[in-house]
Write a protein that binds this ligand. Structure first.
Ligand code: HSE
Length: 308
């Protein structure tokens, strides 16, 4: 056995509002831990902790698929063993699979003495996402690897950039204990959109990016509106409109669906407001008798890191 490391790859909110498949942010204190070591016997061996029903076959597990994509590109037959401790349930909308995909390639890259930059690792982590979502997207693996708020400017060629964000930006996330599979919530989306809706949406995306970069909370609030995806996916989330109304009443800048749901997030500019929003979210789900977890976080600046 070779050197062993332990890494942390954060959960994410991605998409952020109107930025379907292009805008995402990394969360603090929630994500996957992966212990990995080189294995001289070859092959990829996976052990799961915390989500034992996820596949350990490396061709079916997102972490295995992502790692294999990286090894294929390197032309390497190096073997790996990894133990993935999942702290985010699959199907939560918090980038659970993305944390595993991003974490696996980050850890392996470290063990192989960094043949790739973190930005270059995104393409491999995307292969993991594609294996379960049916279509590659980078809005969640990018912030999990890089940290901060990321924009996928283009998929072909892949062009991902970090954008600025206000230091006192808070994210309140509520995760109802129901599962929505990304592949299912992608399938229900319309494939074509009317031009006037597209105009409104890209105005909001540009406003959101500008608001983040210039720390303009009012602009962030005005722009955090998804007119295309949220109206459809919100049908899968019990109480969504009540949650949103409650967040706005409690002082949120805006509120939308995290990832492909069912988690819902709201942005605010103080811890106190973030906590009030959390209380409001809880009240709605408690009334609907749906178990739920609240997570309050600032933006995670580091992304994937070595823990030991
Ligand atoms: N951007 C993706 C979606 C994230 O909304 O479908 C889900 O993993």
């Amino acid at each position: 056995m070779g050197r062993a490391i332990k890494i942390f790859a954060p959960a994410t909110v991605a998409n952020i509002g109107p930025g379907f498949d292009v805008l995402g942010l990394a969360l603090q204190n929630i994500g996957d831990e992966i212990e990995m070591q080189l294995n001289s016997e070859g092959g990829i061996k996976i052990t799961m902790i915390g989500s034992e029903d996820l596949p350990t076959d490396p061709t079916k597990n997102v972490a295995g698929v992502a790692l294999q994509a990286m090894l294929d590109q390197l032309g390497s037959t190096q073997g790996f063993e990894m133990t993935i401790s999942k702290n985010v349930l699959p199907g939560s909308g918090l980038g659970s699979s993305a944390s595993s995909s991003a974490g696996a390639v980050f850890a392996a890259n470290e063990l192989l003495n960094r043949p790739y930059t973190k930005t270059e690792l995104i393409q491999f982590a995307m292969a993991g996402e594609a294996s379960i979502a049916g279509k590659p997207h980078a809005d969640n693996v990018a912030p999990s690897l890089l940290g901060g708020v990321t924009l996928v400017r283009s998929y072909t060629p892949l062009d991902v950039v970090n954008i600025g964000y206000p230091n006192d930006l808070f994210i309140t996330v509520v995760h109802p204990q129901i599962e929505v599979k990304t592949a299912d919530s992608k399938k229900i989306l319309r494939k074509e959109i009317p031009l006037e809706l597209a105009v409104a949406q890209w105005g909001n995306v540009a406003g959101l990016v500008s608001g983040f970069a210039s720390s303009d909370f009012e602009l962030i609030g005005r722009s955090l509106q998804d007119l295309i995806v949220e109206p459809i996916r919100s049908m899968l989330i019990p109480g969504f409109h009540e949650l949103k109304a409650s967040a706005i009443k409690n002082g949120a800048l805006g509120c939308s669906i995290s990832g492909s749901g069912p988690s819902v997030f709201a942005l605010s500019n103080s811890l106190e407001i973030a906590q009030q929003i959390g209380e409001g979210f809880k009240t709605v789900f408690n009334r609907l008798e749906i178990d739920n977890h609240i997570h309050i976080s600032k933006v995670n600046i580091e992304g994937a890191v070595i823990v030991k």
